[in-house]
Design a protein around this ligand. Structure first.
Ligand SMILES: C[S@@+](CC[C@H](N)C(=O)[O-])C[C@H]1O[C@@H](n2cnc3c(N)ncnc32)[C@H](O)[C@@H]1O
Ligand code: SF4
Ligand code: SF4
Length: 307
């Protein structure tokens, strides 16, 4: 049963990240309006959705983001948990949306991107925005009803102990959860198939050791460790069979309303197909399994339920 959605609200972005080409998008005419969004999510296939993650682009660049949030809540009555992902560039807007959302949802999680120490973060993001991230985390201390998460994406230049420890400390000092993942390629979402995102075996080992030494209580990061160490994930692939529930339990929705099983998939699914029992074609750019939080969290929840 579909209960978890990642929805990219817009491809507009005011950063210039090295690992993600979304900011290079030039045309936005096909992005859904609030009435389009409400119309899409009123479809019966979304009636049991309880968790939505709003991403982008930079979702807070949408002037109508508050109407979007109200529209989503109206369309999907079972919605209880809202994740908001941000690059921290528009603090007043983020605070405003968090305050409103905390009255609408049982749980609101604000995930703020931070990729390392100031110099490397600003270099990787292509704009000077480390100070904004720190200011946002401070401001958010006034809103204890919002759960905070600091989210780091690892690539060649920031995969080292110094940056990992730095971001972990920032998270801890601001009462935030701490998560990271390796940068990946996606032709339809990050649009970055042209980039070299490879890290060395030594960097991978450092990350694996860091996880076991510092984050063994984090179920997602323990999955990442298994993925680094073995190239496999028991949660998604067992005996060579794909158990991933992309397209069944969770989907990824692009700003124009195209529904895909996951952010690596090039397939489109019609809402009616989400109600049918017929198998869903996944069609990904890279071989399964992947290891990214938006995929692993729903799968971990499913595992918990089945126990
Ligand atoms: C695409 S961004 C959208 C939200 C917002 N613009 C931000 O940067 O947080 C969502 C998350 O994806 C991460 N990300 C960017 N490029 C990535 C890549 N190539 N592989 C994996 N994650 C990536 C970002 O660091 C961020 O944490
Ligand atoms: S990671 Fe976020 S901030 Fe950076 S280019 Fe992609 S969408 Fe924009
Ligand atoms: S790429 Fe990841 S989320 Fe997508 S189907 Fe494969 S394992 Fe599942």
């Amino acid at each position: 049963m579909l209960n978890n959605i990642s929805f990219s609200l817009t491809n507009k972005c005011n950063s210039r990240c090295r690992i993600c080409n979304i900011w290079k998008t030039k045309s936005f005419e096909d992005e859904m309006s609030v009435p389009d969004i409400k119309h899409l999510f009123e479809h019966k296939c979304f009636s049991q959705v309880d968790t939505i993650s709003l991403t982008g682009g930079e979702p807070f660049l949408r002037k109508d983001i508050i109407d979007v949030v109200y529209g989503l809540k109206e369309s999907m009555p079972n919605l209880q948990r809202l994740f908001l992902n941000t690059n921290a560039t528009n603090i007043p807007k983020i605070v405003q949306v968090c305050k409103i959302s905390s009255n609408l949802f049982n749980s609101v999680i604000l995930s703020v991107s931070l990729d390392g120490e100031k110099e490397i973060h600003d270099r990787l993001r292509g704009i000077k925005n480390y100070d904004n991230v720190i200011s946002l985390l401070k401001v958010m201390q006034q809103l204890p009803e919002i759960n905070l998460s600091v989210s780091m994406t690892l690539s060649q230049e920031n995969t080292n102990l110094k940056n990992l420890k730095h971001v972990k400390n920032i998270a801890e000092n601001n009462n935030a959860m701490f998560n990271f993942r390796f940068a990946d390629k996606s032709s339809t979402y990050y649009k970055n198939m042209d980039l070299d995102l490879s890290v060395t075996e030594n960097q991978k080992k450092q990350v694996s050791d860091f996880i076991i030494a510092n984050c063994s209580d984090n179920a997602f990061l323990m999955c990442l460790k298994q993925f680094i160490d073995t190239g496999n994930l028991d949660l998604l692939i067992q005996n060579g069979k794909n158990k991933c529930l992309a397209g069944k339990k969770f989907v990824f929705i692009h700003p124009n309303g195209v529904i895909s099983p996951c952010l690596y998939s090039t397939q489109h699914i019609a809402p009616d197909d989400l109600l049918s029992k017929a198998p869903i074609v996944i069609g990904t750019d890279t071989p399964c399994p992947c290891c990214t939080d938006c995929v692993i969290y729903p799968m971990l929840e499913e595992l918990q339920k089945s126990r």
